[in-house]
Design a protein around this ligand. Structure first.
Ligand code: FE2
Ligand code: FE2
Length: 369
């Protein structure tokens, strides 16, 4: 029990002795101790670094600071976008098949963004040993929470049954498969005994971060948005689509940053990832995505199909693999949604509904390369 008259009295004898030594240490002695040696940028490491985690500069990874600055040009909230036309579209213009697509896309994304937040905030950030990396990741945690708010705002605005929508991923196997794959990855690195100085544990961590940046955000989010962009092309659910355009701009940075960090860890630690494990991961991701596509698009809608969704996954997967310096997992995959890049970059002035924001980032066109 704490003794208010002598707070250290209840400590062990050894602890008391140590505490006395700390108390007796003069400020000069502390400054002269080895922990106060100047930080040298070359000594920093993404993981397992020994430099002072509380000192931002000198930077070893100035690009991480650029990501932070860039992210802070993208301020928005879901309340900035008028959803009234979407309410009308959902009630009077969407077919049953289109409602099925719309609801299931939201159902998947709501759960996904919470997973993305937990991955960066709980599984990744604490393992970084350079503060310039953690600072951008702190922003990323906020943005994932903002995305979850955005889906919730759409669900509330349209008047969908929240209990049913949020529980859908638990009862629909085709949605659950993607979530389970992500859960397996995060659980493999969230365990308290993980030790990144151990080669196998470090490779587990790299594989998990690679999955979240390259597949979960880099492929599945991209594909997750495109069915809604297909509705947007036909003038349907344009408020929701605009919300997703804002989210996509954040995700472009998350994906690129994560891939850069993964590449840096691989280089600093001379890691050779197992090609079979990488190949198996792409294949599993494709199976999950195909099941998902065949469920949400089990009945065709105008201008978008399950086959296109799956083909686009393969095309994007090859792009991500190239950034990760990996072999293309789906050689010959083609860009079947040629309209997608233009659609996602659609300028704000094309929106005729009263909204507060204008272009929120100059030169903010998406570049997924
Ligand atoms: Fe997100
Ligand atoms: Fe993200």
């Amino acid at each position: 029990m704490l003794n208010w008259d002598d707070p250290i009295a209840s400590f062990s004898l050894a602890g008391q002795e140590q505490n006395k030594q700390v108390v007796n240490k003069t400020l000069t002695e502390r400054i002269q101790s080895s922990s106060m040696q100047p930080v040298c940028a070359d000594d920093k490491r993404v993981v397992n670094g020994k430099t002072d985690i509380n000192q931002l500069a000198p930077f070893k990874y100035p690009w991480a600071w650029e990501f932070w600055l860039n992210a802070n040009r993208n301020h928005w909230t879901p309340l900035d976008i008028n959803m009234s036309k979407d309410v009308h579209d959902y009630q009077h213009r969407l077919t049953l098949e289109e409602k099925h697509v719309y609801e299931n896309v939201l159902s998947y994304l709501t759960t996904s963004d919470i997973l993305a937040m937990r991955n960066i905030g709980l599984a990744v950030m604490e393992k970084m040993t350079a503060p310039e990396l953690q600072i951008y990741q702190a922003r990323q945690v906020y943005e994932e929470a903002l995305h979850t708010w955005t889906y919730q705002h759409c669900i509330e605005s349209i008047g969908l049954d929240q209990g049913e929508i949020y529980n859908r991923y638990r009862v629909v196997p085709a949605i659950n498969g993607k979530i389970q794959m992500a859960n397996d990855k995060i659980n493999s690195v969230l365990r308290p005994d993980i030790d990144l100085s151990n080669k196998d544990d470090l490779e587990d961590f790299v594989m998990s971060y690679l999955f979240f940046a390259g597949i979960f955000e880099g492929c599945w989010f991209y594909n997750g948005f495109s069915p809604i962009f297909a509705l947007q092309r036909r003038g349907l659910m344009t408020g929701t689509a605009e919300q997703l355009q804002y989210i996509m701009r954040d995700e472009v940075l998350h994906c690129a940053f994560g891939i850069r960090v993964v590449n840096q860890i691989i280089q600093e630690n001379n890691i050779k990832l197992d090609p079979k494990a990488i190949s198996a991961m792409w294949q599993e991701a494709e199976v999950c995505e195909a099941e998902y596509a065949n469920y949400i698009l089990r009945d065709p809608i105008l201008g978008y199909s399950a086959d296109e969704h799956i083909a686009q996954f393969r095309f994007i997967a090859n792009r991500r693999a190239k950034s990760l310096k990996l072999e293309a997992p789906f050689p010959g995959a083609e860009n079947v949604l040629g309209w997608l890049d233009e659609q996602t970059n659609m300028r704000k002035e094309k929106n005729f509904f009263e909204t507060r924001v204008t272009e929120y980032q100059t030169g903010g066109a998406l570049n997924w390369e």
